[in-house]
Write a protein that binds this ligand. Structure first.
Ligand code: HEM
Length: 422
């Protein structure tokens, strides 16, 4: 029987496989990225033929400046040609997935984005603040007197999924299912959360799609009956650009995208943020004593946690990145997990500083058309949650090992047992 072909360290830049989740077993490999930024900032990274990238290989981009350039150069760096994930999605064109916002290029993307922007104006997001306060209060009410908790499941997990469910008008009965499915969609590399790679993500996607379709039909019927939109979902279904509305498929794919894009990411920022505070207790005290630092603290939490560690583009026509020639059709992977700690942009990048200004992190992308639609929503969630945490809990301490998601894409935590003096 033929053995599966594999790569040896000699084939890889600095001998490290960035497609292997094990490389991220202890979190972001800062030393590796620092060396790549300095010695090989745009470098060809081969892939195992039996891996999720099917051996295609990619340009690995690690400097802040180059990551921003790739992100902004939408016509030359396509999200539509083969998706925005590191694994192979060559079959995306013409499929349902091509109707998802993150998988579009301008001008199609521009029209769709104008439509969904209507649901994410500061006014619409501000309307969710009271709900965020309510959920944060309820979440902490449940744990404060216990003196111990799993910071991920008991504290960080609740707010992000409740906010998405609220804004998309998901009923209470569907919320646990939406929560479980979004975990499986994101944790596809983790044996505990699905395990069989892209296939388990596809299965979870199909189930989520069914829920989205049901909720969407219900909302459309209410609007057709003359009821005013009750939530962001209603606003989205009613919005028009150039006389066109979202089709049923587009609405369903957008719903699917939000449950993936806004849930695990924000949960990771809350959990990783608390881990950063436990490792830097002086910053907890500083923020507790001066709450005017909350806005800069939130951005430092976002930088330090970098919930999404990379995204991918495909080169359209021959070009160059940071002086390196790249060819039409080649894959490019931009490492936010590296750019956010680039010493050319951030003073003492490994220092967690709640007053850091300026803070040009690329946690929501490096700008350009795909810049995170939920950035201000996520910032508000973090502000509300950390305000409550500072008010209601002393700084906890770790009560057991931190269990990380097995992934080279999501910097997530699965469990983080903590305790405090109740
Ligand atoms: C800390 C939390 C979050 C992080 C780290 C994050 C990160 C990102 C990043 C890096 C992108 C760029 C994708 C690309 O360039 O291909 C993105 C796009 C997006 N995010 Fe977020 N996100 C967060 C929260 C949210 C929330 C709360 C929502 C909504 C509920 C959301 C919705 C979206 C959408 C719809 C896009 C696609 C935008 C487009 O393609 O035009 N995100 N996000």
């Amino acid at each position: 029987m033929a053995t599966a072909p594999s790569l040896t360290p000699a084939d890889l830049p600095l001998g490290v496989d960035l497609t292997d989740p094990c490389t991220f077993a202890d979190g972001i490999p800062h030393e590796v990225f620092a060396r790549l930024r300095s010695e090989a900032p745009v470098v060809w990274h081969p892939e195992r033929p039996d891996g999720p990238g099917k051996g295609a290989g990619f340009w690995s981009v690690t400097r802040h400046h180059d990551v921003v350039e790739v992100n902004r150069d939408a016509p030359a760096m396509s999200s539509a040609r083969a998706g925005n994930m590191i694994f192979d999605t060559q079959g995306i064109q013409g499929s349902d997935e091509s109707r998802m916002l993150v998988h579009m290029d301008p001008p199609q993307h521009t029209r769709f984005r104008l439509l969904v922007n209507r649901g994410f104006t500061p006014r619409m997001i501000g309307r969710l603040e009271d709900f965020m306060v309510e959920v944060s209060t309820r979440t902490l009410d449940r744990v404060v007197d216990r003196g111990e908790a799993d910071l991920v499941e008991d504290i960080a997990a609740e707010l992000p999924i409740q906010v998405i469910a609220q804004l998309m008008g998901v009923g209470e009965e569907d919320r646990p299912k939406v929560f479980d499915l979004s975990n499986r969609l994101i944790g596809f590399d983790d044996p505990e959360l699905g395990g069989d790679g892209v296939l388990s993500a596809q299965k979870a996607g199909a189930e989520m799609y069914e829920i989205a379709n049901r909720v969407g039909k219900h909302k459309r019927a209410a609007l057709d009956a003359g009821e005013p939109p009750a939530d962001i979902a209603g606003v989205l279904l009613q919005a028009e650009v150039d006389g066109e509305r979202l089709t049923e498929l587009e609405y369903d794919m957008f719903f699917l995208l939000l449950t993936v894009a806004g849930n695990e990411t924000t949960r990771t920022a809350i959990a990783q943020g608390m881990l950063a505070f436990m490792n830097h207790p002086d910053q907890w005290d500083r923020l507790r004593n001066d709450r005017s630092l909350l806005p800069t603290a939130v951005d430092e939490i976002l930088r330090y946690s970098t919930p999404i560690m990379n995204f991918r583009r495909t080169v359209m026509g021959d070009g160059e990145i940071g002086g390196q020639a790249v060819k039409d059709g080649e894959k490019v992977v931009i490492w936010y997990a590296s750019a956010n700690f680039d010493e050319d942009v951030f003073t003492d990048p490994l220092t967690f500083d709640v007053g850091r200004t300026p803070n040009e992190h690329v946690t929501f992308g490096g700008g350009g058309p795909h810049f995170c639609l939920g950035a201000n929503l996520a910032r508000l969630e973090l502000r509300v949650m950390f305000d409550h945490l500072l008010d209601r809990l002393p700084l906890p301490e770790l009560a057991g090992p931190v269990d990380r998601l097995h992934s080279n894409f999501n910097h997530g935590l699965k469990r983080m047992p903590v305790r405090w003096k109740a």
